[in-house]
Design a binder for this molecule. Structure first.
Ligand SMILES: [Zn+2]
Length: 436
């Protein structure tokens, strides 16, 4: 039995999906106008790990996982204007980067990746419904959700009205009936991306995007809704209000899960990490995706994760040990202790410590896969992810030298490689190599 901490209930609850054969999960995805920060990678890795657990417990085909791409947004429009290109140039580029970066971290693509710009009709339909029901109103080309029309508003973030207004710190637009009202639709000038609507040419607000796409792809009530802690208010609070009001009071999600921040720290980071914070730069600096993934899973997902200089070194050392123990064993039975740790609100620190104690190599390999780890072969891990053809060529050259009994050349090649941090081992099957 999986237990999950539900932000709405403020407690750990047994996970009982509406239909265990068709579990639905939605996670708010990236706004694609720049490279993903390591903090943006945390929800992707956390919910990927949860998806692996759900599939292990309920069956491979049990879960439908949707993660959206926000490809219309003021920051995207600003980036496009700065480069003098169409917004789609920006969004295509950074969506590609995002997917490459997440795949490098062992994050599987979600089953459904809805794009906001392709779902405008569903958003317009939901906004029209909210207007019809009296939960929203049109004013000066905008459509706003009227917060006082939803008596349940504020339950997720547990903010009273005072805190909500103080927290929003918005300049109150004259067309708002209430300062807490939020935008569902806003007008687009002729030179800005927009779509025709009953309220004139414009574009959707961010919150309505998720509500409409969840309804279109997964249904009125889903099992799990996830995202970062920063999305609780106002984004998820607004999603809840829109969906519940549009759907006759049906709740948007049964379980609300939120991950903590990656804490970059007030103090200067150590030299080994420099000030590198984007996933792309970390990978380019030679850190491997699996190392970043283990680092992100090393703290419990609800806790802040201090991103320190020693974190990646520790993660590498743990992976080296796991790869040494797993060898190239075929995956066998998943260890029960690892599953139990993950089933307890995704306790990845406990799962990792239990994983380290699994003695059977095949069981270790299968259990690590549940965390998305130890996916490479033993040799590939120790040889590194860099280009190995050069090394292979020199190893072959040395083998040829040995065959013609030219030991001086063979020794010279061995020493040269050693100076580059590459260690050779001669065995009955020939010579293998690894990076030191
Ligand atoms: Zn969302």
């Amino acid at each position: 039995m999986i237990r999950l901490y539900d932000t709405l209930a403020r407690e750990k609850r047994e996970f009982e999906p509406a239909d265990p054969q068709r579990i639905t999960m939605y996670v708010c995805g990236p706004t694609v106008y720049g490279r993903a920060h390591i903090g943006n990678a945390r929800p992707a890795v956390v919910f990927d790990t949860l998806s692996r657990l759900i599939r292990h417990v309920h069956g491979e085909g049990s879960l439908t996982y949707a993660r959206n791409i926000t490809d219309v947004d003021d920051k995207i429009i600003a980036a496009a204007e700065a480069e003098g290109v169409d917004p789609s140039v920006i969004t295509d580029r950074y969506e590609r980067h995002y997917l490459d970066d997440m795949r490098a971290l062992g994050v599987r693509d979600p089953d459904i990746a809805p794009h906001a710009t392709r779902e405008i009709a569903a958003m317009i339909a939901m906004i029209a419904r909210l207007v019809e029901l009296g939960n929203a109103y049109a004013a000066e080309g905008h459509v706003l959700f009227h917060v006082p029309s939803d008596p349940g508003y504020g339950a997720l973030s547990r903010r009273d009205r005072e805190a909500m207004l103080a927290g929003a710190r918005v300049e109150v637009a004259p067309y708002k009936r209430d300062p807490a009202d939020f935008v569902l639709w806003k007008p687009s000038p002729a030179d800005v991306v927009g779509w025709d609507s009953p309220w004139g040419r414009g574009r959707p607000g961010w919150h309505i995007e998720c509500s409409a796409m969840i309804r279109a792809h997964l249904g009125e009530t889903i099992d799990i809704h996830g995202g970062g802690l920063d999305l609780i208010f106002p984004h998820h609070e607004n999603e809840i209000a829109q969906s519940r009001c549009a759907h006759g009071g049906a709740p948007l999600a049964r379980y609300w899960l939120h991950n903590g921040f990656v804490d970059m720290g007030a103090e200067k980071m150590s030299k080994s990490l420099g000030n590198i914070v984007s996933v792309g730069e970390l990978l380019a600096a030679g850190h491997r995706g699996e190392t970043l993934r283990l680092a992100l899973l090393s703290a419990h997902y609800r806790q802040p994760l201090p991103w320190t200089g020693s974190l990646l070194a520790q993660a590498t050392a743990i992976l080296d040990r796991l790869y040494r123990s797993a060898g190239d064993a075929a995956p066998a039975e998943v260890d029960g202790g690892v599953v139990d740790a993950l089933a307890d609100d995704l306790n990845t620190p406990l799962a990792l410590s239990r994983l380290a104690a699994v003695s059977d190599a095949g069981s270790l390999k299968a259990s690590a896969a549940l965390l998305g780890l130890v996916g490479e072969t033993h040799d590939r891990w120790f040889q590194g992810s860099g280009d190995s053809s050069e090394v292979e060529a020199r190893v072959a050259e040395r083998t040829a030298a040995k065959a013609r009994r030219d030991f001086a050349t063979a020794d010279r090649i061995r020493d040269e490689l050693k100076a580059e941090g590459i260690l050779l081992e001669d065995g009955p099957q020939g010579t293998t190599w690894r990076r030191a």
